[in-house]
Design a protein around this ligand. Structure first.
Ligand code: ADP
Length: 441
């Protein structure tokens, strides 16, 4: 793997340093971004996304810590070198486009080249070529006032690429666009990343766009809270195996981007306990389940709480139902301990055996959930699958398909409904078995 193209270590940025209104906007941020990665900075408004972003651009000097772009500290550059850096190394697009209304589209696009002594004829030729790539060559003679939002952003994408920079910074590039134009712009960014092999860093508020990225950097209160790799993308950075295996966590974190890992686990369990509960009961159930996930109440206490009336802090379930629910949660959490132990050892790379006792036990939990009968060979294939899934060698989908695939064709050979149910059950165990220590609240 190559060296990071951007390296940030213990970065602090304080606004109005030494003044009465001094404000520390980032706290000891560490991040390494590798060439050809597509990264999102994600988090609630005011969390510090723009602060980090503009410090990478060279216009917001760190108060403490280190920031290197291609191995160099931009804040040590002479003014001439800074211009080169901001036009040849880094391209940028903004939410508000910032096209110059008194210049034609072509002149807007070639503006960054003026600083580099390119002749007007060559500039024009090149502008048309690059506008063509982004579907805007027919609008070259127009002025920005006559363009739609989507067209304006495509022009600014062309402008950002005109000097063939290594890094593209995009500050909420679709914040002002309708869904069709947003999609076009996102597809352009994807192409710039995939085809031109540029490193792309994007600020976004839109969870749907995270699927374009290799990794998502979640910021909160000026801190880098967590880094989530996208399981659907082949990773460039070396990522923790532990963080890429379980897809339900990743999916939930896309739907509930501001929830901590513990909160996501709670949601996963609550969703498993499918009941006809109203919204208030569901909310209450989440807070009670959180006590269980955090091991603050016992199984019996949990059942009693569920049984209590709503105005006494419960959710009015009758006792048999409450007990049944508490048992189901308890069972999954206990079984998840084995998954957790296995993962811990697997991650420290000190064993890889499908005959391991933990794999056998986890297989047994699934077989116990299965109502039908299985032959010894079917059980062996099941064990093999459990081993592969928990080691991250197959996806959730492949796991389910192999359960269902006929015995003659090498599968376990169980019915469609059961394979779906068993897969869901096993994923619940895996989800609860993820280590959440050190993350979350
Ligand atoms: P985001 O991009 O995630 O919305 P910002 O990086 O813009 O967040 O802001 C982070 C924090 O720093 C916010 O609390 C914001 O009010 C503060 N901040 C941003 N710019 C300035 C500034 N020029 N002077 C003082 N405080 C600022």
């Amino acid at each position: 793997m190559s060296e990071p193209i951007i390296k940030i270590k213990d970065l602090d940025i304080t606004y109005n340093l030494g003044k009465e209104n001094e404000y520390k906007a980032t706290h000891s941020i560490n991040m390494d971004i590798y060439p050809e990665e597509f990264i999102a900075f994600f988090g609630p408004s005011g969390c510090g996304k723009s602060t980090v972003f503009y410090s990478i651009l060279g216009i917001l000097e760190p108060s403490a810590g280190q920031l290197l772009v291609k191995g160099e500290n931009p804040y040590s550059f002479s003014p001439e070198k800074m211009v080169k850096f901001q036009t040849k190394i880094i391209g940028i697009i903004y939410q508000a486009f910032y096209l110059i209304n008194s210049l034609s589209v072509i002149d807007n696009v070639v503006l960054p080249q003026i600083f580099h002594g390119v002749t007007p004829a060559r500039r024009r030729h090149w502008a048309l070529q690059i506008l063509k790539r982004f579907g805007m060559d027919e609008h070259g003679e127009k002025y920005p006032d006559n363009l739609s939002g989507g067209q304006s952003q495509r022009v600014s994408v062309a402008r950002s690429m005109v000097n063939n920079p290594d890094i593209l910074l995009a500050d909420e590039p679709t914040g002002n666009l309708d869904s069709v134009s947003s999609r076009q712009v996102m597809e352009s960014l994807k192409e710039i990343n995939d085809v031109d092999k540029k490193t792309v860093i994007m600020i976004t508020h839109n969870a749907a766009q995270l699927s374009y990225c290799h990794r998502v950097f979640y910021l909160k209160d000026g801190k880098l809270e967590r880094i989530v790799p996208n399981p659907e993308k082949k990773q460039i950075a070396k990522v923790d195996k532990q963080k890429i295996l379980v897809t339900e966590m990743d999916q939930l974190s896309k739907i509930f981007p501001y929830s901590s890992p513990v909160e996501l686990k709670v949601k996963s369990l609550v969703n498993y306990l499918t009941q006809d509960l109203n919204f208030y009961q569901l909310q209450r159930l989440e807070s009670l389940t959180q006590l269980v996930v955090e091991r603050k109440v016992s199984n019996d206490e949990f059942a009693r709480m569920l049984n209590k009336e709503y105005n006494e802090g419960g959710i009015d379930l009758n006792m048999p139902v409450a007990k049944h629910m508490a048992e189901r949660v308890d069972k999954i959490l206990k079984q998840a301990e084995d998954a957790r132990r296995y993962r811990r050892r697997f991650i420290s790379n000190n064993f890889f055996s499908r005959e391991n006792i933990l794999v056998r036990r986890l297989t047994k939990y699934i077989i116990d959930e299965y109502r039908g009968k299985l032959s010894p060979v079917q059980k062996k294939r099941m064990r093999d699958l459990v081993y592969k899934r928990i080691s991250g060698l197959v996806s959730r989908r492949e796991f389910k398909d192999m359960l269902r695939l006929s015995f003659e064709n090498g599968g376990v050979g169980i019915a469609k409904t059961s394979s779906r149910k068993l897969t869901q059950y096993f994923e619940k165990i895996l989800m609860q078995g993820i280590e959440s220590k050190g993350h979350g609240h």
